[in-house]
Design a protein around this ligand. Structure first.
Ligand SMILES: Nc1ncnc2c1ncn2[C@@H]1O[C@H](COP(=O)(O)OP(=O)(O)OP(=O)(O)O)[C@@H](O)[C@H]1O
Length: 966
């Protein structure tokens, strides 16, 4: 009875101790347990006991071998031998492979408690059987008691360590400790460095910003949620999309794959080896008889066929394609939709290459599922089958060799993998750099060509490729070294099993067939062990690959409609900004307390220095961002309270830099309203003054516009963008520098189109060329995020503030024209004299041709006329406003017409530059001595002699006269 109990504990120990150690280690790994602080003495004591325990087991093993040697006839105590073998192996392994710098003590404590309990039970049992087996039991009792004491001591020490110890080592702050065992204490996430498992999972040591962000967010997530489960749970978000719900044929495909991988493959390998053994037995039995074991042979061949590429695998590969296609489609569409849903902040921050690479990792998710389900999970099934089969067929010693070999293989793999982690990370980083340099080169091709730096880019790319290749060499060399060591272990195990098999055959315990089965099954038995590490790494690699995709998928749009948000209801198109604050970065406000109201159909213009916040103001209206203070109302509805799509439906924008799809002009214009007919598109193009131009393109409206519209000039792009908005026909229009890239001649055409577009619509215009916004109902001057001036053109000029400065700056150069190369001598000399008079400082900056064009535009003529006539206002102070306005309108029209005519006449006579200089010199704005910022006209010179100044059309006198037009 006691003998059986001893056997029981001899078997229980080798099973319970390693299992306890493995389970607690895995549990620590997945819960990301933090190591407790410890002091050096205690740590040394804990690790010092382990070799002593190992020596105690080695001592008992030596004693047993000596006893067998002295008394060969004595039957071998199999349970005792297994116990010794496993115990020696376990404690030596722990002594060698444990990380002594930053250990996690829980697995050690668990294993020590198990071992101590086993030893205590054995001490009791040895004591009970002391009378019966006096000599041997006494020695065993002594050794067992010694080990039990050692183990109890070790437990006490570990328990003390885990309670925090009495003194924490200097510099071993728990917060700075790696969460798992790690070689350094400098990284809070250092635990990931230590084991190959975790380090491989963390193998994307991104040098780039995004990588660091991803790592940081993962670290936060793991700490916040308490372990790897949370991390792993992220991957689960893809599971619903990978399950073919409502698609029975795809479900059937998945089922076939599952049965093949989890049942068929697991069984067939063992059955083939077994059948091979049966065949060999038949062959040896029929040796020399001429009998052919046809049945056994046929079964064996049939099994080989089933397992071949033409058998069940073929069916699996066939159905796998269906499932893969399904999964790929699911993931591709989900990720695409997700990225398109993200808000402007993301799209402005993003690195396109990284996004595309991340979306490309969709395959990694499918692979992850397949590796986990079809490769890692079956390993455990294989191990269980192998253990049961080998133990029942070949005895426990063969199983021991299998486990010893397997454990050594894994221990070497996991421990040695640390040495590849750094090189693997370096390779990953270098490989990414290589891709980045390549993508940057392609996407900046134009810049490279402008600055003739192709050679530089070639060199840069070559260096990046060289670096990647070098790091690959370093990584693969180390990797091969580990693989060689692991192969050695497996070969040694194979030799051991073969030797034991031969011994069994020689002793007549087993027949040759069994030996052959064992030999051929061995490769099947060890393959799960060897593939465990490989598959684990694969799994980890796929996880790392998929991580960026997960980060991307976890990114939520910063601007979202509330679930229950109603649709926006357009009434009249009134827009109100109420004390709006906004900041891209919380540290710096971009807009401060911006308030204004645009009544239905009004035009509001934003002007001001570049970077002041004009575009930002209109982006808020489109709800690309949400205000950080105040609110924006359209028709009394806060735009944050309505569905974004329904809001944008009524807004049309001509952006600063319109971008096009690489399709035809027709498709691009139609893009704003997909149901628009060809005729509607053409009408819009005509209105946007681009129709005639499009007809000159080689394929007319079918001409492809190139990537983002690169085949179009800036002006063409803007006009197509205007046509787009015309096609959409929204109620609220935003023109963000809509005509900045067109020449003034074209602009005058477009202004006409824009007038049509904006009539009866609430319009927001951002413009640097003030002549284009003169007629706005309200002009807001935005400086440094604040509205510093507001009013209409004339109010603002009278205010004499920033707007007037801008206006003056834009009109002053006209008075300082240098002579044009094309002008005749007279014109040149006139222009020269004016340059000297009006400000030589500006002369260099003036683009003569552009100014000539500018000055001859209708808008400019009108502006000039308006300024001139403005002085009438003082004279007519007592007249009703409407009357004054009516008179002014007609005066402006007459005056502007006269100015245009005069320019034409003078151009014919004196050349363009001289004509322009002549006209502008006669319409000078200067400050009145009486009123601040009041505008006065300067009388025309006799040389100019034209009668456009003043409503009467009289020719003026030379010299200035305060406050009066001449
Ligand atoms: N996506 C962004 N993220 C962070 N800052 C931004 C972003 N877009 C613009 N900014 C900053 O906000 C400020 C206002 O930019 P905005 O484009 O509104 O100026 P703007 O007045 O329209 O200039 P411009 O006349 O040159 O178009 C600038 O300092 C700019 O650098």
């Amino acid at each position: 009875m006691a003998g059986h109990a001893i056997d029981f504990f001899h078997y229980l120990g080798p099973i319970s101790v390693p299992i306890c150690f493995a389970v607690i280690s895995i549990q620590n790994l997945v819960t990301f347990k933090k190591p407790k602080p410890f002091n050096k003495k205690q740590r040394n004591l804990a690790f010092g006991i382990i070799p002593v325990i190992a020596l105690a087991y080695i001592g008992e093993s030596v004693l047993t071998i000596l006893q067998t040697y002295r008394n060969p006839t004595r039957p071998s105590d199999q349970a005792h031998n297994v116990y010794n073998l496993f115990s020696v192996f376990f404690w030596v392994g722990v002594g060698i492979f444990s990380n002594k710098k930053e250990p996690i003590w829980y697995p050690y404590l668990g294993a020590t408690i198990c071992a101590a309990c086993t030893e205590i039970a054995l001490v009791v049992l040895y004591a009970v059987t002391l009378q019966a087996h006096r000599r041997s039991a006494t020695t065993l009792l002594a050794l067992s008691s010694f080990r039990a004491l050692l183990l109890i001591g070790a437990c006490a020490n570990l328990g003390f360590l885990l309670r925090g110890g009495n003194k924490v080592e200097k510099g071993k702050d728990v917060e700075r400790q790696p969460l798992l065992n790690g070689p350094t204490d400098t990284k809070a996430y250092g635990a990931v460095e230590e084991t190959s498992a975790t380090s491989t999972l963390n193998g994307d040591d991104d040098e780039d910003e995004d990588g660091k962000k991803a790592k940081k967010s993962r670290e936060e997530l793991i700490q916040e949620k308490g372990g790897w489960w949370a991390y792993a749970r992220d991957y689960m978000m893809f599971l619903p999309s990978l399950w073919p719900a409502g698609k029975p044929p795809i479900q059937l495909c998945l089922l076939i794959m599952l049965v093949k991988e989890l049942v068929f493959d697991r069984a067939i390998n063992l059955l083939i080896a077994r059948q091979w053994g049966i065949l060999i037995n038949c062959i040896t039995a029929d040796y020399g008889t001429g009998n052919f074991p046809i049945k056994e042979f046929a079964i064996w061949v049939f099994m080989l066929y089933l397992v071949s590429g033409a058998g069940v695998s073929l069916i699996e590969k066939y159905v796998e394609v269906f499932y893969d296609n399904f999964a790929r489609k699911q993931l591709a569409t989900i990720t695409f939709n997700h990225v398109m849903r993200l808000s402007m902040d993301f799209h402005h921050d993003k690195d396109l290459g990284e996004i595309i690479a991340a979306i490309g990792q969709g395959d990694a998710i499918t692979e992850l599922l397949k590796v986990g389900l079809f490769e890692v999970f079956p390993i455990f099934i294989d191990i269980i089958i192998a253990t049961v089969y080998i133990t029942t067929q070949y005895g426990v010693y063969t199983t021991c060799i299998f486990y010893v070999c397997g454990a050594a293989y894994l221990a070497v793999g996991f421990t040695m993998s640390q040495y590849t982690v750094a090189s693997q990370k370096k390779y990953s980083a270098d490989y990414r750099t290589e891709n980045k340099v390549q993508t940057e080169g392609f996407s900046n091709w134009e810049t490279v060509s402008y600055f003739n730096t192709r050679e530089h880019e070639n060199q840069r790319y070559q260096h990046a490729v060289n670096d990647a290749l070098q790091s690959w060499k370093g990584y693969s060399n180390r990797y091969r070294l580990i693989a060689a060591l692991q192969n050695l272990i497996m070969q040694a195990g194979f030799a051991g099993v073969a030797a034991y098999g031969i011994y069994q055959v020689s002793m007549g315990v087993k027949d040759i067939g069994s030996f052959v089965t064992l030999i051929s099954y061995w490769s099947v038995v060890v393959s799960p062990v060897s593939s465990m590490l490989r598959r684990y790494k694969e799994l980890a690699r796929e996880m790392v690959s998929a991580e960026k995709l997960i980060e991307l998928m976890k990114r939520m749009p910063s601007i979202l409609s509330r679930e229950d948000a109603p649709d926006f209801v357009l009434k009249e198109g009134k827009v109100e900004y109420q004390n709006v604050d906004f900041a891209y970065d919380p540290r710096k406000k971009t807009l401060k307390d911006v308030s204004f109201e645009a009544k239905s159909g009004q035009t509001i213009a934003f002007v001001g220095e570049t970077g002041g916040g004009k575009s930002t103001t209109v982006k808020l209206l489109m709800r690309f961002y949400d205000v950080t203070g105040g609110r924006i109302l359209i028709d009394d509805q806060d735009i944050r309270d309505v569905k974004i799509e329904s809001l944008r439906e009524h807004l049309g924008i001509v952006p600063q830099a319109p971008s096009m799809f690489n399709t035809s002009v027709m498709e691009n214009v139609r893009y704003s309203r997909l149901s628009a007919t060809d005729e509607e598109v053409m009408e819009a193009c005509k209105a946007a003054a681009i129709h005639d131009k499009i007809l000159t393109f080689t394929d007319g409206y079918k001409t492809k516009v190139g990537e983002r519209g690169v085949k179009l000039s800036g002006g063409e792009l803007q006009r197509i963008a205007i046509a787009r908005v015309l096609v959409k026909n929204p109620r609220i229009v935003i023109l963000d520098e809509a005509t900045s890239a067109v020449d003034s001649n074209t602009e005058s055409h477009i202004q006409e189109a824009l007038r049509k577009l904006t009539t009866g619509r609430t319009t927001f215009i951002i413009a640097h060329r003030l002549s284009t916004i003169m007629h706005a109902d309200q002009i807001l001057v935005i400086t440094d995020g604040e509205v510093v001036e507001r009013g209409n053109h004339w109010d603002l000029l009278r205010q004499g503030g920033k707007y007037k400065d801008l206006w003056t700056a834009q009109t002053t150069p006209l008075r300082s024209l240098p002579p044009s190369a094309n002008d005749n001598g007279e014109g040149s000399s006139k222009a020269s004299s004016m340059t000297a008079k009006d400000g030589a400082d500006h002369a260099e900056d003036v683009n003569v041709n552009q100014l000539i064009v500018d000055v001859s535009t209708k808008a400019y003529s009108e502006a000039l006329a308006q300024e001139m006539l403005n002085t009438d206002k003082d004279d007519a102070e007592n007249e009703p406003a409407s009357q004054i306005d009516g008179q002014k309108d007609s005066k402006v029209k007459t005056a502007s017409k006269n100015i245009q005519m005069k320019i034409q006449q003078l151009t014919k006579a004196n050349g363009k530059a001289a004509a322009v200089a002549e006209v502008t010199s006669q319409a000078e704005l200067e400050e009145d001595g009486k009123g601040e910022g009041e505008l006065k006209m300067v009388s025309p010179r006799p040389t100019g002699g034209f009668g456009v100044v003043g409503e009467e059309g009289k020719e003026g006198e030379d010299g200035k006269k305060d406050g009066k037009k001449e």
